[in-house]
Design a protein around this ligand. Structure first.
Ligand code: PLP
Length: 294
């Protein structure tokens, strides 16, 4: 494992876009383009991996093991990092191994895929399961699903530059495990808005309440029926967004975040938030599950 960390140094651009509102009008909005930091590893997954890779390297781990679903952006990014920096990766897959473009990439980049039943997968982070994995895959470094650990949060503290922190009174991002959100909270004292991609994501607020007092809010009403669920309304919104701005959104996280932001702005509920920066967290490879021309 020989990691060229200069690849992590590229500063993401900020683009001024026009956010489609429900009445057909638009509102200008600044967007931090994490989707454009690297041609293959896009978005927040890069930040969550960074210090985990540093740690794995310092432990002289022979391989990195992690977890994810059939279109996991996290496994996809990890597999590519393994290919790029020449280390072995193992992906524990929820359910069976599917023949899809995302997992084909993972295999092509040398990741070993191991299917795990959905029941067993639910216990994946329990100490006995992790111990068994460590015995089976000797000298491995294990990253939790979605890069959701202290080092993942540490990497996400680097998403906003000092200049961004000074300039924007509000930052908005999508939420899955809330690793990114919690990392941002540690580096930003303005108002932080999170849009959960999960149906029952309120449990995510507990650990945040315990350690953070900051100025934050998580919206739980913009999941469109649950994780990775979608409808025509969401797909229409993605099209309007792309036609207007030439920027694609992934339907699992960013489309729901921008949609929610548009609703909140349109309903007049974000009037004190004068200067908003929305984070495009990437994840476009997952759109290949749509089987359309997105
Ligand atoms: C994983 C992911 C998220 C969610 O990040 P968390 O740190 O898990 O909350 C948001 N957007 C994209 C594109 C992702 O892949």
């Amino acid at each position: 494992m020989d990691i060229d960390f200069s690849l992590f140094d590229s500063k993401p651009n900020i683009d001024e876009i026009l956010l489609p509102l429900p009445d057909g009008s638009f509102r200008s909005l600044d967007v931090l383009r994490l989707d454009a930091i690297h041609p293959t590893i896009s978005g927040n997954k890069w930040y969550k991996l960074k210090y985990n890779l540093v740690q794995a390297q310092s432990e002289r781990a022979k391989q990195i093991v992690s977890f994810g679903g059939a279109y996991s952006n996290h496994l996809h990014a990890l597999a590519y990092a393994g290919f790029l920096f020449d280390f072995k990766t193992v992906g524990i897959l929820r359910g069976s191994i599917q023949d899809n473009p995302s997992l084909q990439d993972c295999l092509a980049w040398g990741m070993e895929l191991i299917p795990m039943s959905r029941e067993a997968y639910r216990t994946k982070h329990e100490p006995v399961v992790l111990e068994a994995l460590k015995i089976k895959h000797r000298d491995s470094y294990i990253i939790p699903e979605g890069g959701d650990n202290e080092l993942g949060r540490k990497g996400c503290q680097e998403i906003l530059s000092m200049e961004d922190v000074r300039k924007y009174d509000t930052v908005a991002c999508a939420i899955g495990t809330a690793t990114t959100f919690r990392g941002l909270l540690q580096s930003y004292s303005g108002r932080l808005l999170g849009f959960s991609a999960l149906k029952n994501g309120t449990y995510l607020e507990e650990p945040i309440r315990k350690v953070q007092t900051g100025n934050w809010k998580i919206y739980h009403d913009y999941h469109f029926g649950g994780f990775a669920k979608k409808n025509e309304q969401l797909l229409d919104f993605m099209l309007r967004f792309r036609n207007q701005n030439g920027i694609e959104l992934d339907f699992i996280y960013n489309a729901k975040m921008f949609y929610g932001l548009a609703q909140e702005i349109f309903q007049g509920r974000l009037v004190d938030e004068k200067n908003i920066l929305a984070i495009h967290s990437g994840g476009l490879q997952g759109n290949r599950s749509l089987n359309t021309n997105f």
